[in-house]
Design a protein around this ligand. Structure first.
Ligand code: SF4
Ligand code: SF4
Length: 265
């Protein structure tokens, strides 16, 4: 993970910052000599929305998906739990989803796979060059797509790769990971780390926690919202963001029922 932190620092300090209108040349297709070479031995972080899409594609419970396909690297410097796609445990370390014809989960491939070769950075942490998101180009040695003559603006690439929806859903996760709580040095104890993990990644368990406990007796949740989060994982993910902001960061994103508030005071 330290290597990844160093890479992030290099991006903020050294990489040319691109806007949505800046252009680059790239094309990936089945006849490039490096076809599929990038789908092995690669670090792919999974967002909560990536997991929702992949689970839907594979028709798996969150328990099955997390145990089969993810790694949760442990690092004492991590402020919150992160998940990575687990590569096969053979010499090649191929992605479990790669096939001879390309990505086997193409329609639901993760945000990071869609974005390549474009990277995006959110330099919210004290950065003298401003805190606006910016884009940059990643050039993996193996990748020959950069030699192909197809011209894109960053905006065109984002649209072509279906990234807008992922960015929209990613905003909920960013509300947590770039929260002032962390930026001001806040840390989570083990129990809070587990709550964060459950509400972001282990949605089946989170739903069980909500619906099989006294949660709805204690908190004032609109009946329509309750009905939505019962059946819809995206709605549950959004509610999870509110719950973490309430329970871990002390924001009033959820109201307690009046009698409970009285009991508390
Ligand atoms: S999810 Fe698909 S695109 Fe991403 S590494 Fe695996 S096979 Fe490649
Ligand atoms: S290495 Fe680059 S060009 Fe080759 S398959 Fe991967 S993304 Fe496409």
């Amino acid at each position: 993970m330290q290597e990844i932190e160093r890479f992030k620092e290099a991006i903020l300090k050294e990489y040319p910052r691109m806007s949505l209108e800046d252009r680059f040349s790239f094309r990936c297709h089945k006849n490039v000599p490096c076809f599929n070479h990038c789908c092995a031995d690669v670090n792919i972080f999974l967002t909560p929305y990536d997991i929702i899409r992949l689970r839907r594609n594979l028709n798996l419970s969150s328990d099955e998906f997390l145990s089969r396909y993810t790694l949760a690297p442990f690092d004492k410097n991590l402020k919150f739990p992160v998940l990575m796609l687990k590569m096969n445990e053979d010499e090649l370390k191929a992605c479990p989803f790669v096939t001879a014809g390309g990505c086997g989960v193409y329609d639901d491939r993760p945000w990071a796979c869609r974005m390549y070769p474009v990277g995006m950075a959110s330099p919210k942490e004290s950065d003298s060059r401003g805190d606006q998101d910016f884009y940059f180009i990643l050039r993996e040695d193996v990748c020959q797509g950069h030699l192909e003559k197809q011209d894109w603006s960053i905006r065109e690439w984002i649209t072509d790769q279906g990234i807008d929806e992922y960015n929209e859903m990613g905003k909920y996760f960013k509300e947590l990971t770039l929260h002032d709580f962390f930026l001001n040095g806040g840390t989570l104890d083990l129990q809070k780390m587990e709550m964060f993990f459950m509400a972001c990644y282990h949605l089946d368990r989170f739903r069980k926690f909500l619906f099989e406990s006294t949660f709805f007796e204690r908190f004032d949740i609109d009946e329509e919202e309750k009905a939505r989060i019962k059946v819809d994982n995206v709605e549950l993910m959004k509610f999870g963001t509110k719950w973490i902001r309430f329970a871990l960061f002390g924001e009033r994103t959820i109201n307690m029922k009046p009698d409970r508030t009285k009991l508390k005071s």
